[in-house]
Write a protein that binds this ligand. Structure first.
Ligand SMILES: Nc1ncnc2c1ncn2[C@@H]1O[C@H](COP(=O)(O)OP(=O)(O)O)[C@@H](O)[C@H]1O
Ligand SMILES: [Mg+2]
Length: 211
């Protein structure tokens, strides 16, 4: 940065066991998004590393990292990040097409996963034709279509009203269990704390286990 090095973490160590679900809370700007971006290999750390399934992620080159992100990690963001020109069905099917599946097969599986988020009737709508909660359900379906092991959700209810947010949280928790995922949810929603096995608060570059 212009004013020198911005140090976000100091000696941070964090472990998530397979099948576990953890919530991460903390004030804006403490580094929650940075943490998820590192865990999901969207960013490279300047020091330290991340192990996924015992494998050192940052020993891999960019092509291999892209493949790991596509196959093993599902991301859900606060602002959905759907592609506006594509339908809900195309948005969810895209990761499968990228992983090399035939287009028709991908669309067929896309419809199956849309059913799991109760949106099969909106399959041919574009994001702008969907409510915020529906857009987030499409994004969740897209995150899960490749049957990832790890689900990373960065304030998934941050852009939703209270009631819709609660429905989305319940859906995420239900999918976490049914699909045997390992999940990390960054959230400001106190409710989530009651559902997650572990609750962390990020403060001054460290993660503190609250419960
Ligand atoms: N692309 C970037 N370049 C430089 N600094 C950044 C960038 N993104 C975030 N930061 C800084 O890193 C810190 C942590 O940000 P972030 O991880 O987004 O926090 P949180 O998600 O907890 O709000 C903040 O000080 C923020 O200003
Ligand atoms: Mg953030």
């Amino acid at each position: 940065m212009p004013k020198g090095v911005l140090r976000i973490f100091s000696g941070l160590h964090f472990e998530l066991e397979a099948g576990d679900i953890a919530a991460v809370m903390g004030a804006s700007g403490v580094g929650k998004t940075t943490l998820l971006n590192l865990l999901g290999a969207l960013d490279r750390p300047t020091e330290g590393t991340v192990y996924l399934d015992g494998e050192d992620l940052f020993a891999r080159d960019e092509m291999e990292l892209a493949r790991i992100r596509n196959r093993k990690i599902g991301f859900v963001f606060q602002f959905f990040h759907l592609l506006p020109e594509f339908t809900a069905l195309e948005n969810v099917s895209l990761p499968l097409m990228i992983s090399g599946l035939d287009r028709l097969e991908a669309l067929k599986k896309g419809l199956d996963i849309l059913r799991e988020v109760f949106l099969e009737d909106k399959a041919h709508c574009r994001p702008a034709q969907l409510s915020a909660g529906e857009q987030q359900r499409v994004a969740i379906a897209r995150a899960l279509i490749n049957e990832p092991k790890l689900l990373l959700a960065d304030e998934p209810t941050g852009n939703l009203d209270w009631k819709t947010g609660e429905l989305i949280l319940r859906l995420l928790l239900d999918l976490h269990k049914r699909k045997g995922l390992s999940s990390i949810l960054v959230t400001h929603n106190d409710k989530v704390a009651q559902f997650c096995r572990k609750l962390y608060v990020m403060e001054r570059g460290e993660l503190k286990l609250l419960a």
